[in-house]
Structure formats: structure tokens, C-alpha cells
Design a protein around this ligand. Sequence first.
Ligand SMILES: Cc1cc2nc3c(=O)[nH]c(=O)nc-3n(C[C@H](O)[C@H](O)[C@H](O)COP(=O)(O)O)c2cc1C
Ligand code: SF4
Ligand code: FES
Length: 655
Amino acid sequence: MDLRLTQARANDAERAAVDRVVSPALGGTGPSTGPSTGTGTGTGTGTGTGTGTGTGTGIGSLRDEHFADAGHAARGRRHLVLPTLHAVQEDIGWISPGALNYVSLRLSVPPADVYGVATFYAMFSTEPRAPRVVHVCDDAVCGQRGGERLAQRLAAELGGEGSGDEVCWLRSPCLGLCERAPAVLLQRTGEPDYAIAPASVEQTLGAAAGGGPGAAGADAAFDDTSVSAPQTGSGVGASGAAAGAELRLLRRVGVVDPTSLDEYRANGGYTALRRAVGIGPTRVIKEVSDSSLTGRGGAAFPTGLKWDGVAKAPERPHYLVCNADESEPGTFKDRVLLESDPFGLVEAMTIAGYATGCERGYLYIRGEYPLATRRLANAIAQARQRGYLGADVMGEGFAFDLELRRGAGAYICGEETALLNSIEGFRGEPRNKPPFPSVSGLFGKPTVINNVETLYNVLQVLAVGGPAFAEIGGGRSTGPKLFCLSGAVARPGVYEVSFGATLREVLELAGGTVGELRAILLGGAAGSFVLPDQLDVPLTLEGTREIGASLGSGVIFAIDTGADLTEILRRIAAFFRDESCGQCVPCRVGTVRQEESLARMLRRTEIGSREQELALLDDLARVMRDASICGLGQTAPAAIQSAIDLGLLSEGVGQ
Ligand SMILES: Cc1cc2nc3c(=O)[nH]c(=O)nc-3n(C[C@H](O)[C@H](O)[C@H](O)COP(=O)(O)O)c2cc1C
Ligand code: SF4
Ligand code: FES
């Protein structure tokens, strides 16, 4: 593609889409203010030369008159790149050179940079594309549970992947709906996206043809939360205990109307924030430190330590970011919380902001979570309207507001520094650490980044107090923990246990495994395998480490002897190859070589023998682990390495 975009002009619709995002932000009327240097600078003075909008900065005339549009204020608009690209993609169905050019002009970002960002994300298309796109999950869980069959039927009915003028279909990595496999996501020009799961061929074809349930109907299908979180809701829970009994993180799931602030309040909502305000920021951080709460996003960093560092940082402003990018294949726990208890996250973020001196929080949610996005947008709007967010939260004299930012299909944006770059309007490429975000994070300021489940735990810490929370479990593994069960289990879904429960106990909560168990993939695509004779391992940071495994993002993916383990590993390798940001060679090349080797093994066209392929994979794993910049490259070979170590890939062992 030619990067000299200055000749291409946006049409009226494209300009309107961009202006819808940019004008309110620059006018200072919306919540979207960006870095402190960029606030409220809109001029609204330009007359424009044919932009037809009558608002904004009149870019056309300013350029003709060589008006200087630079400096801090201009640079401060860059954080709007992703929202404007979303607006164009949503309204027009693709992002044309003219639209890229107009984004570039309005935000004072070089055209090549805007192009670089637009092409980074899977949900954006810089080529003309059909207005209805069906994303079919063919990842590790769905692929084995009907996703592959669905893809083949769509190919037969609609033509090859990506082809078609009115509708096209594309293969997709995990859509975070594994408990309802197989899953599809409908991306529709000018209309809201929605997911169908489980998706039948007929339903998918109907929706692709423009019929189907529409967003409201599709969302309603998710109202039966007992499918995704079988312990919750009314009736008797999976363990036989009364539903909701003992549940802390999931206690409101399936119980309250997730669209109602009043119901949230009637079910304990905002008591934690009141307690936080009652004891003050320093005591809140002490309670969190005393609780020994560790991050649930994968790295298990002590939350109290992170909060304390930012609270004490002299540089201002401080920022809070919630990482709701949840894209690790097999992971869907955050989605269930976000969809069913969205006010809980708004309250928890407000507490985090209050304790650490942040007046602004960003909630970065994965682009493929349309229902959760709608629920959170509603929760934020209601909280703002009722004084739970804003300049004087609950009349308690402190300010805190939240902005929802949508990702656009890039797993790497879950890595905290890549996420920061994504919010700032750069490609979602990880930064070198140090400096860590608590020192230099969003817009170069001290920043707290926490996972969704971590933040829900804070509500519990404030409910019972830090020391009492620390008594649940022990060591670095304290409090309640969510696990995502999928694959060969009787009742897939999100399950909550206290830290210390064994893998066997959690599997029993889900009704046990189905068929003959071959192995459990624990921790996610970047996790490792556990064998049937290791099911008594306690699911703690310490317990899993002892057997060389890790909890990762809380995935428990059961694989029976009927599944093709080599194919599952090849799909995982393909995922990492696709999602590698490409910045460093060990990851960029290593992920390709891994997939090639596994594909050869599947085709029985090994270079030399199978043992030679395994030796190559082992070599690659060591280089990637030792020399990659970020966690993606370091952990991309983990599952393969673990399968090799456990002999799951050796000649003559299963498939
Ligand atoms: C490739 C990669 C993807 C990640 N994806 C997520 C994610 O989707 N959600 C998340 O909370 N953390 C994710 N993390 C971990 C984050 O970098 C970070 O540690 C976490 O958000 C911190 O929050 P916590 O301390 O509450 O766990 C990812 C890390 C890597 C290396
Ligand atoms: S390890 Fe992979 S994802 Fe991470 S910076 Fe390097 S190339 Fe990018
Ligand atoms: S939604 Fe298909 S594998 Fe997760």
C-alpha cells in the first residue's frame, strides 16, 4: 500500500465518523480528555473547506493558511487514534486511505503512524470488506467442539475465507466464550456486534444473511448465567450446596440485574467504597497489603505493593488502568464478571483510584466482548449520573472518573505496557521494563494496572478486612480464585473456590471429566500440562510450581484421549505466531518455526525423525524463553515444552 496518503480524501460519512469521536473530546464536553496536556483545547473556530461538519478545528482551512497545529495540545490527541479507527470501521465497514488521512489530519499524527496502528489490529480492515463479517472461533476448545465443522460449512455455503461482497467469514482465535463452544462473533457495519454461542450452522448462516436475533436477542441468550457460571443463580449449585453459598466473587452473578444500579446497591453495592472512604486511602492500602492479594492477570504480583508505589509517587497525575483485555485462549472468567456484575468493577476501580490518588481510570476491554462492553458503558453512565463517578464522588470530596477503551483484536495488548501503548494511540507493542508502569506508565505517569478479577477481590478485602482475607488459603495464594473449565468436563464454566482446593476438587465441581482423560492444560495457552495422576495438586501458586506448572490465567482445559493433542498444540503455536507483535527475533521467528515443526509432525513429514523435531522444538523453546522481550515470546513455547517433557508427543503416544 502507498503510504503517501495526503491525496486521498475522506467522504462525508468517514469524516462524520471521525468527528463524532474527535470533536466532543477536543471540545472538552465528553469524558475523553487524554493526557493532562490535552484537555479542553477545542477551538471550534475554523470554517472548514467542504468538510461539511461545521464543528471542530476546521482542518482544511487551517492547513491552507499554514496555521501551526502542533505542540503539546496537538500531540495530546494521539490517544484518540484507536477510538476514531473504531468509529470508521463501525460506520463504514473498512478504513479507507481517505479515512486514515482524515484521522491523521484531525489528530496531528503522521499518516504512516495511523496506518501502522490500523493494520496492527485484527478487527480493522484497511481493504474493502463485506459489511457483515462472521468470525468463527477455531481455537483449541471450539476447534475440537464443532468450530472446525462450522468453518467448513461456512466455506461451502459462503465461499473461501474472507471472500464475499455482502457477507464473509473469517477464522478467529479464542473469543472468550469457550464454555459455550463453538462460538462466533458477528461484526456488522452500522449495527452493534454480537456473539452467538453455542452457534449452530443454521443460526450462523441466518445471522450472516442479515436475519438472526440481532444484538438484543443475542445478548438475551446470555441471561441464563448458570450456563457460564453453574454455581450461581437460583436453585442448587453444582456442588450440591445452595446456589450462591460461599461465593464471594460470583455472588451477584445471576442474582442481580446487571443493568440496574439500584439492584446493585440493594445487593451490597457501594458498601466497600463507603468503608474505603471511612478509613482513608492509607488504611485501604494497608488492608490490601495485609490481605496478601496477588494479581490475577497471570504475573501474581502483590497488589498492595503496586498500589503503595503509585500512591507514594510524587509525580502527578496518577492513572489507573483496568486490564480487561482477556484474550488468552481458554480464558473467560473476567468476561463473566463484566457481563453479570459490571457495577462491581466500577466500584472497585473507584476504590483503587481513591487509594492511589488517581482521578482518572481507563477500562481497557477486549474488542470482541460486545455484551460486556454494553453493560460496562451503561454502568459507567449510570454511576456518573448518580454521583458515584465524577468531580465529587458520593459527595465525599474526591474526584474520579472512568473511560472505557475498546481493544480491536490483539492478544498482545493484554501485556500491560502494550496496553498502555494501545491507549496512547501507538501500535500495541510491549515496552522495555524497567521502568515499570508504577513509575512511568500511561502518558509517562505513575500508573496502577490491575486485572479485572484482582479488582473484584478488593471489594472482598474491604468487606472482611485484610487479615481475614489472608486467612483464606495461605502464602502468596490468598482469597477466592476463579477457574475457567472447558473441554472434556461435564459442566464447563467459571468456578469459584478458595485458594487451596485441588485440581480434582475443582473438576468435580464441574461434574468431573468426560471420556478418558489424557491431560489437563493448566493456565492457558501459555500454561503447561498436568497428567491424570497429578490431579491432587493444590491449585495455588506454590502447589502448581512444585509440579512445574502454573496457574496463569486460571484455565483448566480438559483433553480426552479422543482429541488430537498435536493438532491442539499446532493451533496454540499458530495463535502465538499470529499474535507475536514482531518486535524481537526470538519470538517473531521462533513462533513460526514452532508451528512449522508441529505441522510437519501432523502431516508425518518430519525432517529426519519425530525425535529430531522434538529436539528442534526443545531448542527453540530455550531460545524464546531466554531471549524474548516480553511474556508472550517467553511463554509461547511453554505448553509444547511441557508436552515434550511429559512424553505426550513422543512417537507412538496417542496422536
Ligand atoms: C502476552 C501477555 C498477555 C497478557 N494478557 C493479560 C490479560 O488479558 N489480562 C490481564 O489482566 N493480564 C494480562 N497479562 C498480564 C499483564 O501484563 C499484567 O501483569 C496484569 O494486567 C497486572 O494486573 P494484576 O497485577 O492485577 O494481575 C498479560 C501478560 C502477557 C505477557
Ligand atoms: S516477545 Fe513477541 S510479543 Fe513480546 S515484544 Fe517480542 S515479538 Fe513482541
Ligand atoms: S471461544 Fe473458542 S476456544 Fe475459546
